[in-house]
Write a new protein. Structure first.
Length: 94
């Protein structure tokens, strides 16, 4: 579950927030004046997202190098990467 917090909440309780991220795997979206600015997430989730993005980027570049990808194909690859990232995130939260 993602919890929305303000920048003031972060300034007043960063240590507590970090403990919640590390120990309970809570996720926080930090907002200022109702606008999302950043997120506090477990490092494992960040690393997983980076691995997925890298793998899909390499696949895309390989397809592009071979001239095998159209604009529609690129969009399909991007959507698949996004879906896989969400699926990996959901599996990691369970």
């Amino acid at each position: 579950m993602t919890i929305r917090i303000t920048t003031l909440d972060v300034r007043q309780g960063l240590g507590d927030l970090l403990n919640k991220v590390v120990l309970r795997h809570d996720e926080f979206v930090i907002e200022r004046k109702g606008k999302s600015l950043a997120a506090l997430i477990p490092i494992e989730k960040l690393q997983s997202c980076q691995r997925i993005a890298k793998r899909h980027a390499l696949e895309f570049l390989e397809q592009q190098k071979n001239g095998d990808i159209s604009e529609d194909g690129a969009m399909e690859t991007a959507v698949a990467a996004q879906h896989e990232g969400r699926t990996a995130n959901d599996a990691g939260q369970k």
